[in-house]
Design a protein around this ligand. Structure first.
Ligand SMILES: CC(C)(COP(=O)(O)OP(=O)(O)OC[C@H]1O[C@@H](n2cnc3c(N)ncnc32)[C@H](O)[C@@H]1OP(=O)(O)O)[C@@H](O)C(=O)NCCC(=O)NCCS
Length: 201
């Protein structure tokens, strides 16, 4: 488990990386891998965060908890309240497709982030941004010990591109995935190619 306060201060002076600060005034937030005991809370939060046509089902969440390595499904807590989570699977597909996102390839070199979710009453306080940085650091730590992960990829709607570019992702362009009513844009980050979380490389 790590606390948000343990995150390193960014050293990248590029103004494009101006950082929203964590404005959350609750208790200290902690991050840890998801467990099966979290399933009810995770399932509830997922359905509060996504419309039915986009939300992962309870079975899909359970599959991810049981199948992916711990660094790919990270939950964030204020004491025993689930504040948010980031989860992903692995793929070898160069671009994300409905097919590649529907399963976890244990030897995949691309981390595909499926959900970045924050409790509705706690938004716009910097929590998602902080969770993303924590998640990237976790992936980078694994990459350092066992360089099997090459990049992180996600799909976003247009309005959230600033969140992901601030966190170090680059915009690849429109995705071929059609899931729900709005178009998706693919964003990616090569491990080790910059972004504030990678300043030590
Ligand atoms: C998207 C989501 C995770 C953002 O969580 P959050 O904790 O409110 O985000 P942050 O406070 O860390 O936002 C950091 C920056 O991202 C951008 N941002 C965040 N939410 C945004 C929104 N709804 N619209 C536009 N920009 C947004 C802003 O630049 C923000 O900085 P600012 O508040 O200083 O302007 C949250 O709204 C959520 O859970 N939504 C439902 C699930 C979802 O759509 N997830 C993303 C796709 S997987």
């Amino acid at each position: 488990m790590s606390t948000l306060h343990a995150l390193t201060t960014p050293t990248n002076n590029d103004s494009a990386h101006t950082l929203p600060t964590l404005r959350y005034k609750g208790g200290p937030l902690t991050h840890r891998p998801a467990t099966i005991a979290d399933l009810d809370q995770l399932s509830r939060l997922e359905s509060e965060c996504f419309p039915p046509e986009e939300a992962a089902t309870r079975d899909q969440i359970l599959y991810r908890i049981k199948t992916v390595p711990p660094e790919l499904f990270i939950t964030t807590w204020d004491n025993d309240k689930l504040v948010g989570f980031v989860n992903g699977t692995l793929t070898n597909s160069p671009d994300l497709t409905e097919e590649s996102m529907s399963r976890h390839e244990s030897k995949g070199s691309t981390v595909c982030i499926h959900s970045v979710s924050v409790a509705p009453d706690l938004r716009r306080q910097g929590i998602a941004y902080t969770m993303l940085l924590n998640y990237i650091i976790g992936i980078k730590n694994v990459h350092r010990m066992r360089p099997t992960y090459k990049r992180i990829v996600l799909l976003a709607h247009d309005n959230l591109i600033p969140l992901y570019t601030k966190a170090g992702f680059k915009v690849d362009g429109p995705s071929g995935v059609h899931h729900g009513p709005l178009p998706w844009i693919q964003c990616s980050m090569m491990l080790g190619d910059g972004g504030w979380a990678h300043d030590d490389e």
